[in-house]
Design a protein around this ligand. Structure first.
Ligand SMILES: [Zn+2]
Length: 272
């Protein structure tokens, strides 16, 4: 442990106290695919003490251009199981637990409540909205991320206070309005950039909220929505204000029951 974390420990503001903060942290990573790979690798390497890794998928050959946790020999195996084995092999001091399941309305609140930070590495928008609403309701930090083709986005939602994802995008879009990796493609640098930012936000948040104060200084993670175009080499930052009328974090939230019907994407625009 001492040798692996020595270069992190010498960072101003981290030290032993910052190491202890990470060791005590419980982080839920939802999705062990393209975004999950850099997130899980970096959080395990940094010594985050408890990682719960949830995914019900199996490794396919078409995953291997970007899901760098997996090797060709893993094809057919459960992603969550492989990811937890990877994390434990890298960092035996990290308690990495695999959960072979999906996040759904029936389990999301208990999962979220049992962790300090939730990292959204899921590939479906319904899951992203479900995690947003559960983190607001349970007052847990959410680090959202998404990536398709050459483009990605990320945002930290600081629990019940918001602002949250629905302050920006109140409703789930229609199914055909959103490109997927299957149809639009994806390259490893896109998931690598977005996932690395998500991992950075997790570490910064944990260190910020620790007694040691952390190494943040003026680089405090704020409520900004970031988007990146890796092909053009452009990053944009949008400052987000909490919307008092937000259905999740607003003054009169309407999504408190978390019904499955709240998380269905309309079939297409014409059917509305
Ligand atoms: Zn909101």
């Amino acid at each position: 442990v001492i040798d692996r974390l020595s270069r992190q420990r010498v960072l101003p503001g981290v030290g032993r106290a910052g190491e202890d903060t990470l060791r005590a942290a419980r982080v839920l990573v939802v999705g062990c695919g393209g975004l999950g790979a850099p997130v899980i690798q970096q959080l395990a390497a940094a010594g985050v003490g408890h990682l719960t890794l949830i995914d019900d998928d199996v490794v396919e050959a078409s995953n291997l251009n970007r899901q760098t946790l997996f090797r060709a020999a893993d094809i057919g195996a459960r992603k969550a199981t492989c990811a937890a084995a990877f994390a434990r092999a890298l960092a035996p001091d990290v308690d990495a637990v695999a959960v072979v399941d999906r996040v759904h309305v029936g389990n999301v609140r208990a999962l979220v409540a049992a962790h300090d930070v939730v990292v959204d590495c899921a590939d479906g928008l319904p899951t992203k909205y479900l995690l947003n609403d559960a983190c607001v309701r349970e007052d847990r930090v959410l680090v959202h991320g998404a990536a398709t083709a050459w483009s990605g986005q990320w945002m930290l939602v600081a629990g019940a206070r918001g602002p949250c994802l629905r302050c920006l995008f109140p409703e789930l879009p229609a199914q055909d309005a959103v490109p997927t990796c299957r149809t639009a493609g994806i390259v490893a640098p896109t998931t690598g950039v977005v996932g690395s930012w998500q991992a950075a936000l997790v570490l910064k948040w944990l260190w910020k909220s620790s007694a040691s104060g952390g190494p943040l200084g003026e680089s405090d993670p704020g409520a900004d929505f970031h988007s990146v175009d890796v092909k053009r080499g452009q990053t944009r930052v949008l400052a987000v204000d909490a919307d008092p009328a937000c259905p999740a974090c607003g003054a009169a939230p309407t999504l408190t029951a978390q019904r499955a019907s709240d998380y269905e994407m309309p079939a297409c625009e014409d059917d509305r």
